[in-house]
Write a protein that binds this ligand. Structure first.
Ligand SMILES: Cc1cc2nc3c(=O)[nH]c(=O)nc-3n(C[C@H](O)[C@H](O)[C@H](O)COP(=O)(O)OP(=O)(O)OC[C@H]3O[C@@H](n4cnc5c(N)ncnc54)[C@H](O)[C@@H]3O)c2cc1C
Length: 266
């Protein structure tokens, strides 16, 4: 339970207040969610009792600068969906969070920092080569932020101009279920990115299969098998490890085929 709240007047003040036992609070949908707190207890992490309110300090605007799109970290997922500047594939990813009430509160910065292994949005951001600006360390790839389990204050998300076609998909057992797998693939003439959630502690990029997709040696069944071989998911309520391996492989092979056919271009 939250027992102490800090309301800094500036981003600099927020960064100074931060410590191991004090957490940033943006939309609060993850921090205040009882199952998320229970999960911390299971993992032996301390309960969150002190928070720093940051959403009012963070921009919610989307601005084009040169060929990059700068998105304020305080933007809610619903505002992201409603903006005409947001790429369609990112709108789709945010829309997978089914409750509009949650989307009205949850922020994009909070979704990245929450670093959930089953995030719908993180695979898409990784495939789009998104970067974050963090208050005290500058710019870094979203991929690095989550891999290194950073907790620095995210102020902006940058979507650089990328080529090719980006497609996403999720495996759900029912409309209200947690996902069994979340995936995103982007294929262009110059590069391939494959990202996947629900099969590890974090959303991961499957760099090992990307060169094979690029040179055409991995496709269809061989690609599905290579993906299944590369991941090591755990069995849980969302599906057995064998099911997650199978569905991850077939979804990624399907998405690669779709993007190579030129599904909606970026
Ligand atoms: C019913 C329900 C369903 C949900 N379903 C999903 C789902 O399907 N997929 C999914 O991914 N999430 C889901 N969530 C979790 C949550 O809603 C999202 O991850 C949301 O985007 C988190 O954003 P927030 O602003 O509410 O984060 P908060 O709860 O405020 O914070 C989340 C974490 O990020 C940190 N943080 C917040 N903002 C920043 C920032 N700008 N910089 C650095 N650190 C920051 C906090 O310290 C905290 O550790 C669900 C939540 C609920 C209650």
């Amino acid at each position: 339970m939250i027992k102490e709240v800090f309301k800094p007047a500036s981003i600099e003040e927020a960064v100074k207040l931060k410590s191991e036992s004090i957490y940033y609070l943006s939309g609060g949908t993850q921090i205040n969610w009882a199952p998320a707190q229970a999960d911390r207890k299971i993992k032996g992490k301390p309960a969150i009792e002190k928070v720093i309110l940051v959403q009012d300090l963070l921009s919610r605007e989307i601005k084009k600068q040169g060929s990059d799109l700068f998105i304020g970290a305080g933007i809610t997922l619903q505002e992201l969906i409603d903006s005409s500047q947001t790429p369609g594939v990112l709108k789709k990813a945010a829309g997978y969070i089914a409750s509009r009430n949650i989307r009205n509160m949850a922020t994009l910065g909070g979704n990245i920092a929450a670093n959930r292994p089953d995030s719908y949005i993180l695979p898409c951001l990784i495939a789009l080569k998104a970067e974050v600006i963090i208050a005290d360390e500058g710019k870094m790839r979203v991929e690095t932020y989550i891999r290194e389990e950073k907790n620095n204050l995210i102020t902006q998300i940058i979507l650089p101009r990328v080529d090719g076609v980006c497609v996403i998909d999720v495996a759900l057992k029912s409309s209200g279920a947690y996902p069994s797998v979340t995936t995103a693939v982007r294929v262009s003439d110059k590069d391939v990115v494959v990202a996947i959630g629900c099969v590890s502690d974090h959303v991961i990029r499957l760099k090992e299969v990307e060169p094979g997709i690029m040179d055409g040696s991995l496709r269809g069944e061989s690609l599905a098998l290579a993906v299944a071989d590369r991941i090591n998911p755990k069995s849980d309520l969302a599906g057995s490890a064998a099911y997650k391996k199978y569905i991850s492989g077939s979804m990624i092979a399907h998405l690669v085929a779709l993007s190579q056919k030129g599904a909606a271009r970026l």
